[in-house]
Design a protein around this ligand. Structure first.
Ligand SMILES: [Zn+2]
Ligand SMILES: [Zn+2]
Length: 238
């Protein structure tokens, strides 16, 4: 189950009816990331629901494309909340053509051409949206709208994160076995063990990692000191 650190806003929560979008045929290969492609107003989260509904309304009013619903599978607002669009199980209409729409779901970040960096909250929201779509059948691919279609979407800052793998959902950490077993530890011992575990999770594993060496003398320096002493002894022996 995907947990949403900021929140998940369903169609129901948005006051939308069930989607009339066509059913997804087979499982898509993964997800494509989008942005708005225009200037996106920087706004308070209080306006995000109506903003997302406004995007839906503009798609429904687009007679040229003949959309049956908002084109996107999911959205992520600039505050990191995940918004339901067509949702999984329905084909997106955002990727450019029928074949591309069948091949990937779509996640639209409510960023625009005026956004030059991506906040951690948005990165987390995109990961959660992708994980949610995977739970509902999406494959492992994470691509940008521009992959396979001539568009600037999702803009350079988001696309750089697509390419770097930053949107890959983080595996839920398995519950620590020590929570069950070592109930006899003192709070100090438990805190120390937790710190070491955090240190081990933080790569690279190095003697410079303060979480690992915070209360242990610097082993590297000790080795260097011993080597120095040996050198001094050897020099005297010569
Ligand atoms: Zn796009
Ligand atoms: Zn928001």
């Amino acid at each position: 189950m995907t947990t949403f650190s900021k929140g998940f806003i369903s169609r129901k929560g948005l006051g939308w009816p069930a989607t009339a979008a066509r059913a997804q045929v087979g499982n898509p290969l993964g997800v494509k990331v989008h942005y708005e492609g225009t200037v996106s107003p920087v706004r308070d989260h209080a306006y995000c629901k109506s903003y997302w509904t406004g995007i839906r309304n503009s798609h429904l009013a687009n007679t040229k494309e003949g959309y049956s619903d908002i084109a996107y599978s999911m959205g992520v607002c600039r505050h990191g909340y995940v918004l339901e669009g067509r949702g999984p199980g329905h084909q997106t209409a955002a990727n450019g053509n029928q074949a591309l729409n069948r091949a990937h779901y779509s996640v639209c970040v409510l960023y625009g051409t005026n956004d030059h960096s991506v906040t951690e909250a948005v990165v987390t929201g995109v990961r959660e949206a992708i994980q949610y779509l995977r739970e509902h059948g999406a494959g492992k691919e994470i691509k940008g709208h521009r992959d396979g279609y001539a568009t600037a979407c999702p803009g350079d800052p988001l696309y750089a994160l697509v390419k770097s793998g930053k949107f890959e959902p983080v595996k839920a950490s398995t519950p620590r076995s020590i929570d069950k077993v070592n109930t006899d530890m003192t709070p100090e011992q438990d805190a120390r063990l937790k710190r070491i575990e955090e240190g081990l999770a933080q790569k690279p594993w190095t003697y410079k990692n303060p979480k690992l060496t915070g209360d242990v003398p610097d082993m590297h320096q000790r080795v260097l000191d011993i080597e120095k002493k040996l050198d001094a002894i050897l020099a005297k022996l010569k």
